[in-house]
Design a protein around this ligand. Structure first.
Ligand code: MN
Length: 731
């Protein structure tokens, strides 16, 4: 069959459908323009059925017309496959049909790239959250659902394997989504089609059952209609009573619930006819809904626990109705009854599209992108008054979840959830540590972006990696996820391990003296201390010291705990060390007011400095010795020989000072600076690394707590002594 041959028919079907909905000529012209455009674009393509491809977008458009969608949505339905399948760009569509249409088509194209692999609950939930989040315009979802509906309707032309995969996806994602938007008719049709492909046996058994019970069902409905009409009339309630055949999928659910074997004719035949049908009562207004309910409950015995008031508590898809189950006296079987107003019925049948239709009529326009509509959509998303329903389809989805997460697509169409504000680096680390470590750039929605770009809902992100790429410490300034932060830091630690071990050894030697330090590192003592410092071996300890994660003073304290008796056995090197270390001068009375006029010495085992918590020990002949409060030796002393003392300047205030340090950008530089500051005992309040455009130098912005100008001068000098520090500037 040639496309040209059926063109007049397709065109006519569109015009006819639009006329039935009383759409105006301008709308019809707009739709036909899109039809002609799509027709030309798809002219050489065929569907699997052998039909010209254009039949598909036309079927989608007809569904959208049926849903009373606006002209932009209908056109988007006609054009939904042109970007994906033909050489048409967003800009082309924008020029011809306006930005709205171009954006909707864009959204649908994006959705069709999504890849739904597993039927795991979490994936499905993520996926639906994602759909809602990226479909800022609800029309995207409507077009997508209409697209899926027609694909399901024509599924018999595909291979069985594909039929099953698509049906599974439809049942997991799109049928619940249709329900979410209250598109009841689409939901029912999708579910029944899924059943047909996923549970062939059950489907044909149910189909047979429904067919064989047709007469019985219709007779029952007739009887029920007469009885109910009579009692409502008696109570002056104007009502329309409808019998409804349940759809196959809901009968299937009922059979499963009752554990009925579909292969057993006997069991199927025993099924009460009321499991196949329901009664719906339509009334004028809410007051009549409750009045009708009263009458029904007076006439028939209600089944306890089966009454649900969705008028007071509407479902999250805006569905309103009263549901009850009553016992039919003539055969003692339960019958489901729904009571609702005509307006509620419209919403129950057409969901979001009905709401739209009303608005369309009221304001003579259907702009779903305006603030009012978005507010409504947001409310729809956050509305979870019906707990069971919310649980079923949106477990864990709350408004805050939606606003705190962004949903990002991989090039393969997988959905990744990240905290708001996340960057391509966060995304890269989420995919794989190696990708994060070697990430050098990112392509978002086919455009190159900077590595600290803030990802938006629905962005499709591709990470550019390079063999020689490696993390940069400045990334820590913008990454959002803990995973990324942790990985960047551990990469640095790993890279610098050898270097850190070296530095650790040097620091050790500086502190304890070269000979002593070598002896110490091989000693049993150090091995005993390792566990207390959470280190596996001596190398790890040295690396930790070298990277600044572990202070040498702490190691010394732990060591001193092991050998209190060795206090006097100081090596020459150690003694030398004490001399160079700037300890408070002996008897400096101003330092410790409590000791005014008394003889005291500073303990050599722990060497306290101003600012540290201290305690005095009183010994005969020696006078008072000042120890650090946590010194092991103090614990050996009887309480009556202890003396509570304070440095005069213990309470001495520190002030935050801002300094900028310009350094040659090399691995480990930042750690070196940090180690230097930390070893000086300064508290670092804030620390940022900025790369200079030339990339050979970096600017470190540090805020630290400092006591005064003297101290700062000394620290600055120490920094400048490092070969790679170019400049230290006080701000
Ligand atoms: Mn399509």
């Amino acid at each position: 069959m040639l496309a040209e041959e059926i063109k007049p028919n397709l065109e006519e079907s569109l015009i006819k459908a639009l006329n039935v909905k009383r759409r105006n000529q301008a709308e019809i012209d707009f739709v036909l323009k899109a039809f002609n455009f799509a027709f030309d674009k798809h002219i050489t393509q065929k569907r699997r059925s052998g039909q010209p491809y254009i039949t598909h977008p036309v079927a989608v458009a007809l569904s959208l017309i049926d849903l009373n969608c606006d002209k932009e949505a209908i056109c988007s339905g006609l054009l939904h496959d042109v970007v994906e399948d033909t050489k048409t760009s967003h800009d082309d569509l924008c020029d011809l049909f306006g930005e709205e249409v171009a954006d909707i088509v864009d959204g649908v194209t994006k959705l069709s790239k999504l890849n739904f692999k597993s039927s795991e609950d979490e994936q499905a939930t993520n996926f639906r959250k994602m759909l809602l989040a990226i479909a800022k315009d609800v029309r995207v979802v409507l077009v997508k659902l209409a697209d899926r509906l027609h694909n399901m309707q024509t599924l018999n032309y595909l291979r069985e394997e594909k039929q099953i995969r698509i049906s599974r996806e439809t049942l997991d994602i799109f049928a619940p989504l249709a329900n979410r938007f209250g598109l009841r008719n689409i939901q029912i049709e999708l579910e029944d089609l899924c059943l047909k492909y996923l549970n062939k046996e059950e489907f044909s058994a149910i189909k047979e059952l429904v067919k064989s019970k047709k007469h019985e069902r219709e007779a029952q409905i007739q009887k029920l209609k007469i009885v109910i009409k009579q009692v409502l009339d008696d109570n002056s309630i104007r009502a329309e009573i409808q019998g409804r055949a349940k759809h196959f999928y809901s009968i299937f659910a009922k059979l499963q619930q009752k554990n009925v074997n579909v292969n057993s004719d006997e069991q199927l035949n025993e099924l009460p006819i009321y499991d196949l049908l329901g009664i719906r009562i339509l009334v004028d207004n809410i007051k009549d809904c409750y009045a009708a309910l009263g009458v029904i409950h007076e006439t028939f015995r209600p089944m306890p626990g089966r009454f649900k008031d969705y008028i007071a508590l509407p479902k999250s898809n805006m569905y309103q109705s009263l549901h009850t189950t009553v016992i039919i006296p003539w055969d003692e079987k339960p019958l489901e009854v729904q009571i609702r107003s005509y307006e509620m019925h419209e919403i129950a049948e057409h969901g979001i599209a009905a709401h739209w239709h009303y608005k369309d009529q009221a304001s003579n326009q259907a702009d779903l992108s305006d603030a009012e509509e978005l507010k409504w959509l947001k409310q729809l998303v956050s509305w979870h008054t019906d707990v069971s329903e919310a649980k079923e389809y949106f477990s864990g989805v709350k408004n805050d979840v939606l606003t705190q997460e962004v949903y990002i697509l991989t090039p393969k169409g997988d959905v990744i959830a990240l905290p708001v504000g996340s960057t391509p680096v966060d995304f890269a680390y989420k995919i794989h540590t190696r990708i994060g470590d070697t990430c050098t750039g990112a392509i978002v929605n086919e455009k190159m972006v900077s590595i600290n770009y803030k990802l938006q809902n629905g962005d499709m992100v591709e990470i550019v990696t390079s063999k020689n790429g490696h993390p940069n410490l400045s990334w820590l300034n913008f990454v959002k996820t803990h995973q990324a932060k942790y990985r960047i830091k551990s990469w640095y630690k790993k890279q610098n391990r050898d270097r850190h071990i070296n530095i650790g050894e040097q620091l050790f030697a500086e502190h304890f003296g070269k000979a002593e330090s070598e002896k110490l590192l091989k000693s049993e003592d150090i091995k005993q201390v390792l566990g207390k410092l959470n280190q596996k071996n001596v190398e790890d300890l040295l690396a930790a010291i070298g990277s600044g994660d572990q202070s040498i003073a702490q190691v010394e304290t732990k060591l001193s705990h092991l050998r209190p008796q060795k206090e006097q056995d100081l090596s020459k090197e150690q003694l030398e060390k004490f001399k160079t270390r700037k300890a408070p001068a002996k008897g400096d009375k101003a330092d410790i007011p409590e000791l005014d006029g008394l003889l005291y010495t500073i303990a050599k085992c722990c060497m306290p400095i101003p600012g540290e918590a201290v305690i005095g020990t009183i010994s005969k002949g020696k006078g008072i010795t000042i120890h650090r409060a946590d010194c092991y030796n103090v614990k050996q002393v009887e309480p009556e020989r202890l003396m509570q003392i304070n440095w005069k300047n213990k309470e001495m205030k520190t002030y935050p000072a801002r300094i900028n340090i310009e350094v040659i950008d090399r691995i480990g530089m930042v750690k070196d600076i940090l180690t230097l500051i930390a070893d000086g005992g300064f508290n670092i309040r804030d620390f940022k690394v900025t790369e200079r455009p030339t990339k050979t130098t970096a600017l470190l912005k540090v805020i630290l707590d400092i006591q005064g100008v003297e101290e700062l001068k000394q620290l600055t000098q120490k920094m400048l002594n490092l070969s790679d520090v170019l400049q230290v500037e006080r701000l």
